[in-house]
Design a protein around this ligand. Sequence first.
Ligand code: 5AD
Ligand code: SF4
Length: 476
Amino acid sequence: MPKTFDIGIDALAGASEPSVPAATFAATPENASAADSVAGAGKSFFIETFGCQMNVHDSEKVAGVLLARGYRPASNAAHADLMLYNTCSIREKAAQKVFSRLGELRGERRKIIGVLGCLAQQEGEEIFERAPWVSLVCGSASYRKLPELITQLEAGGRRVMGLDLEVDETFETEITRRDNPIRAYITIIEGCDYACSYCVVPHTRGPERSRASDSVLSEARRLADAGYTEIQLLGQTVNSYRDPSPRKLGFVELLREVASVAGIRRVRFTTSHPNDFHRDIVDAIDSTPALCDHIHLPVQSGSTRVLREMRRTYTREQYLEKISWIRSARRPISVTSDVIVGFPGETEQDFEESVTLLESVGYDGVYAFVYSPRPNTTAAAMPDAIPEAEKSRRLAILQERQRQIQLARNERLVGETFEVLVDGHNAARAQWTGRSTSNRVINFTSSHESLLGEYVQVRVTRAAPHSLIGEHMPQA
Ligand code: 5AD
Ligand code: SF4
């Protein structure tokens, strides 16, 4: 049985009740004692994370690396000796946000400041030029080198870098400090081998590499032992997973094995690429109750012409065929997506096709973005850029249409009862909040005082576009 450490769960907004499964990070007794005698002992760290769930989870693992070296978490950024920014550069705005945050630290001398993640990889040494008070720059493909880089920092290193992209290994840590006491993330595949013309990820996260299935499964079992019941498998293209070990499990086999770990009640996975989305994923969800009835399947555009320019590798019709497999499942499965508007050369008709696709699919949620040109991407050099005002107009139209679709879909759920895993409490509204297996947010009232981390039955009484409202139906 691995030794476990408790950490504060206050990092999760609203999660301050004692009834949650202990948020833990597992460590072997060996590395636990090593933590007492290493160089970082006594120093504190704080990590601010920008961007996607992959980044959120990378930060949990980076925190584990630091804890293993004797660092302790600071209660806030101001008190930290080591301040790390785990950054995102998927859109220009995300990158600007990081630079403005770094600007706030101008002249800072007390802290060691590091920039991790996608912006670090994208800008490299340039970051030292723009923010000379930064001493560490490290992309996610080099996180394995972090202990070594931190040793250099501790020895007084002023410009320490990890920017190698040619890696074939994944980032595995002995300790992971999990901030979310309800849902545990496990990365199963890193990087991306697609080459979507708008996207920086292949340049910032490097080539695709999958993690050995035994390693994934033993982490899932450790998490179940620590009290977690919900696991989310992560990857930029999660369903491209290919087990590099002799067992050679495919994605669906891995899904089924994780779902059969004793104590695990919910397994989610994100993000799926339509090209690697096959019928067997739907069959697995249909036949395995622990696999959640939700698929995030980003389409990006409803126009086959734009999809070709985006190098998405599928047509509108091929995408819709995959949706038809999902719709023919015995279990209703909720579907969400990402859409980009204003890609170079997107005509009014192309845009209309994205809007009609929303209607044809009937998504339960859509993240819509205006196209943002990114460095090192082929789309950045494409002609016929769409003016910003026009991109914004299209975004507003698409979001409004999707809002109506969601409201109509949610209204059909009034009167139904869902199992909700409770993950928060809003004291001001006297409401609990949680998610159904289909990943719908459900806010509800209850006479119970302590529900965090519990599975409860909630009857939907009202629908809003982005959430459901309901009441707790205590079981007899
Ligand atoms: N501009 C706008 N949106 C983008 N995305 C990725 N790259 C860009 C870009 N250059 C969106 C895609 C992706 C999501 C994570 O971010 O929709 O699925
Ligand atoms: Fe980016 Fe395309 Fe890879 Fe997704 S599949 S990370 S959008 S390049």
